[in-house]
Design a protein. Structure first.
Length: 117
């Protein structure tokens, strides 16, 4: 599966962005999808995960209550709605896919999010 993220950019503190990750290939509904981020000099951090059906979602503590992950299996796309953005949310955001029952994780190339006034 190939993943392409979009929607990043520069936003002021308190603002919102919606990231998208489009997946190629078939069987998108068999993949658990997740968003991760990495800031300069820091380790990659798990932001949010959504089950293959969309029924289960989990979030990192730093984004709970502000970010929402969702997916549309008819469009092979996963989203990350980011509200109340803070400067510390600045990072390169990646989406990842892992097929149910398999350990291999596929990664996109990332989209930059910068929160600054």
């Amino acid at each position: 599966v190939q993943l392409v993220e979009s929607g990043g950019g520069l936003v002021q503190p308190g603002g919102s962005l919606r990231l998208s990750c489009a997946a190629s290939g078939s069987s998108f509904s068999r993949y658990v999808m997740s968003w991760h981020r990495q800031a300069p000099g820091k380790e990659r951090e798990l932001v949010a995960t959504i089950s293959n059906s969309g029924g289960l979602r989990n979030y990192g503590d730093s984004v709970k209550g502000r970010f929402t992950i969702s997916r549309d299996n008819t469009k092979n796309t996963v989203y990350l709605q980011m509200n109340s953005l803070k400067p510390e949310d600045t990072a390169l955001y990646y989406c990842a896919a892992r097929e149910i029952g398999r350990s291999i994780k596929y990664w996109g190339q990332g989209t930059q999010v910068t929160v600054s006034s």
